[in-house]
Design a protein around this ligand. Structure first.
Ligand SMILES: [Fe+2]
Ligand SMILES: [Fe+2]
Ligand SMILES: [Fe+2]
Length: 323
């Protein structure tokens, strides 16, 4: 039995290694397309940290007689490039890049928090200690990125006249609508995959909120004269992001689902932080109000999931028969 749990811990380390490989790929290119010196510097600084994370995880794998999963790493690296290509294709790539990076750091944080809990369960102190240390650095990076929302909005709005700024609000609203559509898809599957009563309940309750959020966003979009076409366009644009595919490739455990849902909440948080600031700069207080209402719910959902990481880690090991 203990052996199964150890195999599972090795598998989690392999996953963590893939995540770091993808992070490195993204961070190699991110500074050049950041569009703002402070944001570029945050990416550059985190690249050195990420190199250390990759090495730490690789050494932990070697200590267990395992090697990083090369095939999977290659696939993940390709995904990383796609992620950045997506950001570059957008007219306001600074905001998009920041939103996705904010979400990615949340994914890393959650992955290491879950890894630490799995290590606790098999009393592997060296993995638990490394995972907690790295989780702290991922979280700090996420906070640094959260401190750069203003800079991102400034960079995005620079050189735009009033009309174009108003157009930007419409675009953010239609993007938000598409993000909520993805959230609904994710949360509809959540309760079945959660393998834990309280996690299932958290997903279910946030699903109801998410449907309301989508309506709120749509209503505001229509008040501002946005077209339904804009909604379709946004859905297509977000298709490139493909969180759905990312998830389909990693469907295995309640822990992955929790980490993914937690990261998704942080994508939403970033999207609404950017919308809120863009609307505020255009004097659109109603849209600011919509963004604030939704932001509160996204933050609460993220905290609720984080508080259930213990249960997610335990449910994951049970789901693979390792406990
Ligand atoms: Fe990171
Ligand atoms: Fe949402
Ligand atoms: Fe959400």
């Amino acid at each position: 039995m203990a052996r199964d749990v150890n195999d599972q811990l090795t598998k989690y380390l392999t996953d963590a290694h893939s995540i770091e490989e993808q992070a490195l790929q993204q961070l190699r290119r991110a500074p050049a397309i950041a569009g703002d010196p402070a944001i570029a510097k945050a990416f550059e600084d985190h690249r050195a940290e990420t190199q250390m994370h990759e090495r730490t995880v690789r050494e932990l794998l070697h200590a267990r007689g395992a090697t990083p999963n090369v095939v999977k790493d290659v696939a993940m690296r390709a995904g990383g490039v796609g992620f950045l290509l997506f950001a570059r294709l957008q007219p306001d790539s600074t905001g998009k890049l920041l939103a996705h990076a904010h979400s990615y750091e949340a994914l890393e944080f959650a992955a290491y928090e879950l890894l630490a809990r799995a290590a606790d369960l098999v009393s592997d102190e060296s993995v638990a200690e490394a995972a907690r240390r790295i989780a702290g650095q991922e979280h700090a990076m996420q906070e640094r990125l959260a401190g750069l929302f203003d800079a991102a909005v400034d960079a995005s709005l620079r050189e735009l006249d009033d009309d174009a700024r108003r157009g930007r609000i419409l675009k953010y609203l239609s993007d938000a609508h598409a993000i909520e559509a993805q959230a609904i898809q994710l949360l509809e599957r959540g309760p079945k995959l959660a393998d834990d009563e309280r996690l299932a309940q958290a997903y279910e309750e946030h699903l109801a909120e998410t449907r309301d959020q989508q309506e709120l966003v749509e209503a505001r979009l229509h008040e501002l004269g946005g077209r339904t076409n804009a909604l379709k366009d946004a859905a297509l644009r977000l298709g490139a992001l493909n969180w759905g595919l990312f998830f389909a490739a990693h469907p295995d455990t309640p822990g992955k689902l929790a980490a993914f849902a937690y990261a998704f909440e942080h994508l939403e948080i970033a999207a609404y932080e950017l919308l809120k600031r863009t609307a505020a700069r255009a004097g659109d207080e109603q849209t600011v109000g919509v963004a604030e209402t939704i932001l509160e719910q996204e933050r609460a959902a993220a905290s609720r999931i984080e508080l259930l990481f213990d249960r997610a880690a335990a449910a994951s090991l049970e789901a693979v028969g390792a406990r």
